[in-house]
Design a protein around this ligand. Structure first.
Ligand code: RIB
Ligand code: CA
Length: 321
């Protein structure tokens, strides 16, 4: 039986890979995709999501969510985000992980009228069976839905979050981007009572994807496979110059690792059920603070310290074949 999934995205390049993996893999039933601001402003993350749906010929609904964080953009005493150094392609053109808008045709079919947080509340109140939520952007939509009706947790089977970092950060000295962008939302979601699995940068960086995967996708030679191969090759170039991984010429494909975990949980290694808290201010704003002590009583998150690169690459390519 395919696993029912709602994806929450700030579509960017790895979010696009998560949408495609979820839509194409037989073990996943993609119910809906909700957009939130993050990698780009909401109008872009939403439009990029719609363009990926049309690239796939998908029929899942898209719900547009929150355009800013709960309070994080109102608070000044926070460690400013450290802009990554710029990366350049072989022709000297500046490149980045996430283009403002994908080089795909403008979407024809638009998002639903209902805002994402309202969709979450309506759908989860009426759900006949629990649903898995996969959040791979800032957690604002889910936090707002929980503010409206905390009881929706009853119909959430599990929340899988791409976010956080223990030994690895990217947005600041202390924080990973999705959590940094709305730490108050993250703290609210981490304490909502649902089963939570967190896929942090420690896992996504160790489950690196290389050029062998983009070459396999090119051999499949469908529009979705070729578009994804291009995304991977750009990410490899940027990682090599801005965030080199343990293996050169590889990239972290953060978001689809959350979907791969639903397909085969063994793709995550060293998963520790523990207490995770989020700092919401000052120099550590957005930091995920992980309790590694053996005697802790309160545990709220299954935190994955590592990923399996070969398993991940195999799952990813299998979906496109
Ligand atoms: O830090 C990585 C995360 O931030 C990924 O989800 C990426 O898409 C960005 O949202
Ligand atoms: Ca994302």
């Amino acid at each position: 039986m395919a696993r029912k999934v709602i994806l929450d995205v700030d579509t960017g390049s790895d979010d696009a890979c998560a949408i495609m993996l979820a839509y194409l893999h037989k073990d996943i039933d993609l119910i809906a995709v909700c957009s939130v601001k993050g990698n780009q402003p909401l109008k872009n993350t939403n439009e990029n999501t719609l363009r990926i749906r049309e690239l796939l010929g998908g029929d899942f609904p898209v719900y547009k969510g929150c355009a800013s964080g709960l309070v994080s953009d109102l608070i000044t005493p926070r460690m400013p985000r450290t802009r990554n150094v710029d990366a350049y392609d072989e022709n000297g053109n500046k490149i980045s992980f996430h283009k403002e808008l994908f080089d795909l045709p403008e979407s024809v079919k638009k998002e639903e009228d209902v805002p994402a947080p309202v969709f979450y509340v309506d759908y989860l109140r009426r759900a006949k069976e629990p649903v898995t939520l996969v959040a791979v952007g800032p957690l604002t939509n889910l936090a707002v839905a929980l503010l409206i009706d905390p009881d929706i947790v009853k119909n959430i089977e599990e929340i899988v979050i791409m976010g956080g970092g223990h030994h690895i950060t990217n947005a600041t000295i202390a924080a990973e981007f999705n959590i940094y962008d709305d730490p108050e939302a993250a703290q609210r979601v981490l304490h909502c009572g649902a089963k939570i699995t967190m896929v942090p940068l420690d896992a996504t960086h160790s489950a690196y994807i290389g050029k062998d995967t983009s070459q396999k996708l090119r051999k499949i030679n469908t529009p979705a496979a070729n578009f994804t191969a291009d995304l991977i090759d750009v990410r490899i170039l940027v990682h090599n110059q801005c965030q080199p991984l343990e293996v050169p010429d590889t990239c972290a494909l953060h978001d689809p690792l959350c979907i791969a975990y639903l397909i085969d949980p063994d793709v995550l290694k060293d998963v520790f059920f523990c207490n995770v808290e989020v700092s919401t201010s000052g120099i550590t704003a957005g930091q995920t603070i992980v309790d590694n002590r053996a005697h802790q009583e309160y545990r709220n998150v299954r935190f994955a310290y590592r990923g399996d690169p070969q398993k991940f690459a195999d799952i990813f390519v299998e979906a496109f074949e």
